[in-house]
Design a protein around this ligand. Structure first.
Ligand code: PDD
Length: 287
């Protein structure tokens, strides 16, 4: 089926949607993005994604391409037109194109941002067999830039990290900086020891995950103990269990780190329970 996508105010078949070769997203990775999941045909935590998008744009001095209400309308229209029951909505806003290449930002009065949205159909997203198996991860150095709190489209190193994991026979990689785990290539990282959930605190070093925020709130409501602090990969390897969170994989149990099995090598009870709670609660609040 040909998808209907959204580009700068128009709904078009994917085969007819275009952006300029001078677009700064293409030339400079001068753009930000969001990924919002869809379950039961509804958007999960749309508000959280809209608020983070606004923050990313502000941090980069980029004008908003449209209002939050318009964004919601576009998300819903695409979900409906593409008949998405389970899947994702990808949104990207770039600083646009002024018809040439220049390091200096173009004048926002004359160069409008480019806004693109498309859906990804993912039947079985909630009931993902990978979550029952759990993920094997490797650790690699974190060589990304210093503003990982801004959700930019500079995803080359995370892509390389996934490829390194694949080559090593694993599913994903966790990134290490100055001896401490920052996050996963496209998710936030946690381990559990003696019933306590440990994750890195928010700063410019990691993306402020929308799923992270929801899961930490739900963990606290379920009387689970959460500690936000720096942690090493060795601590994680000695943990009882571990997991990651992201809008595209929700809560994903981790069963192996750098070849070391965690616990009995199967998804742990806390990660499994948090996944259930997250799916249940976020579906209730979906719009
Ligand atoms: N990735 N950390 C990084 C580096 C990420 O790229 C992501 C999301 C997260 C989790 O954030 P959230 O819970 O808001 O999805 C953490 C998305 C899903 C992606 O790039 O596809």
């Amino acid at each position: 089926m040909t998808r209907t996508v959204y580009v700068n105010g128009e709904y078009l078949p994917e085969t007819e949607a275009t952006v300029s070769i001078f677009d700064r997203g293409f030339l400079m990775a001068d753009g930000v993005y969001e990924v919002t999941s869809v379950l039961d045909g509804k958007l999960i935590d749309f508000d959280g994604h809209a608020v983070r998008l606004e923050r990313s744009l502000t941090e980069l001095d980029m004008p908003a391409a449209c209002t939050k209400e318009e964004l919601l309308e576009i998300h819903r229209e695409l979900v409906s037109r593409n008949e998405i029951v389970e899947g994702l909505v990808y949104l990207q806003i770039t600083r646009g194109s002024d018809g040439d290449r220049d390091f200096v930002f173009p004048d926002p009065e004359t160069t409008k941002p480019t806004i693109v949205l498309f859906t990804q159909n993912k039947p079985g997203l909630a009931d993902n067999p990978a979550a029952k198996k759990g993920a094997k991860i490797i650790s690699i150095e974190d060589i990304r830039w210093g503003r990982r709190d801004i959700k930019t489209v500079q995803l080359l190193y995370p892509s390389m990290g996934k490829m390194m994991a694949k080559k090593a026979g694993a599913d994903d990689a966790w990134l290490i900086e100055d001896g401490y785990v920052t996050e996963g290539t496209s998710n936030n990282a946690y381990f559990v020891k003696n019933g306590k959930i440990v994750t890195r605190p928010l700063s410019n070093d990691i993306l402020h995950g929308i799923t992270r925020k929801a899961v930490l709130r739900m963990a606290a409501e379920a009387q689970m103990v959460v500690e936000e602090r720096l942690f090493t990969i060795d601590e994680a390897k000695e943990a009882d269990e571990a997991f990651t969170t992201s809008a595209s994989a929700f809560v994903m149990p981790v069963v192996e780190i750098d070849g070391v099995a965690l616990g009995d090598g199967t998804p742990g009870p806390i990660a499994t329970r948090l996944r259930e709670i997250y799916l249940e609660e976020s579906l209730k609040a979906a719009i």
